[in-house]
Write a new protein. Structure first.
Length: 262
């Protein structure tokens, strides 16, 4: 099966791209299916100006899905906030390109400068500490990018293939298609999966799901379809999901997807 986000790119702009922190972040992004090309100035030096030129050229040549951009480049005073200058250039040229600013400034006036300089733009820009977990970096990038990929993994046992309109259940090398999840039931589950992918824990309102229901009582029809989805996936996993598992009904609000425990 195709990897999640296959063919998509997160451009990494950091003069410490081989550090343990960056390697862990890149590995986690690649597990999600993103390629993580790293900016490497032609001279091999970590000069801020060279990183700026190389970054703009790379985006111009092959627009990525998002950019992970460090605030600081090297020890020279002029490069202390070089990333903010690169950010300004990117925002002016590609105002809709999502950018996640990455910094080791943890406190004091340097951090305040980094935060203000990152978040002052009316653009898709966010800010995160380098000490944040790789999972948190992935989550922030998902939210910035704002769209779900063509294949969405839900835990280790479920995969939604949006382009093929199929739900696969089982371990990675032993998956089977949940044939009962077709038509409107697939659309309901796709909506839940895409919302969970962008923002785990977010609720999907009844109104967004009832458009995939029929009959005089769309809420009741939706309940039946949700139950059938849970039964189909549970059958393939040799289990039965209870009311507080997989798809949860939040009274008077909507439904929330919860990945099954491995």
């Amino acid at each position: 099966m195709a990897r999640v986000n296959s063919g998509h790119k997160i451009l990494v702009v950091d003069d410490e791209s081989e550090s343990a922190i960056l390697r862990a972040v890149r590995r986690r992004l690649e597990e999600e299916g993103w390629d993580t090309p790293v900016i490497q100035p032609e001279s091999g030096h970590s000069l801020g100006e060279e990183f700026e030129a190389a970054t703009l050229w790379s985006i111009e040549q092959d627009l990525p899905d998002a950019v992970l951009l460090d605030v600081r480049f090297g020890e020279h005073r002029d490069d202390q906030f070089r990333g903010l200058g690169i950010l300004e250039e990117i925002v002016e040229r590609w105002p809709k390109l999502p950018i996640l600013m990455f910094t080791q400034y943890s406190q004091g006036p340097d951090r305040e400068t980094a935060v203000r300089g990152s978040l002052k733009w009316n653009a898709q820009v966010d800010f995160i500490d380098k000490l944040a977990s790789p999972d948190e970096v992935v989550l922030r990038l998902r939210r910035l990018i704002g769209t779900a990929p063509e294949t969405i993994p839900i835990g280790n046992q479920i995969l939604v293939d949006v382009s093929a309109r199929l739900v696969y259940v089982g371990a990675e090398n032993d998956r089977e298609v949940a044939l009962e999840i077709q038509g409107m039931k697939f659309e309901i589950f796709r909506e839940l999966a895409a919302t969970w992918y962008r923002s785990p824990g977010e609720l999907v309102a009844f109104a967004r799901l009832e458009r995939y229901s029929e009959g005089e009582d769309p809420r009741a029809s939706l309940r039946v379809r949700i139950r059938e989805i849970k039964d189909a996936i549970g059958k393939a996993m040799d289990t039965r999901f209870g009311p507080s598992e997989l798809i949860i009904n939040v009274r008077d609000q909507g439904y929330r997807l919860v990945p099954p425990k491995s």
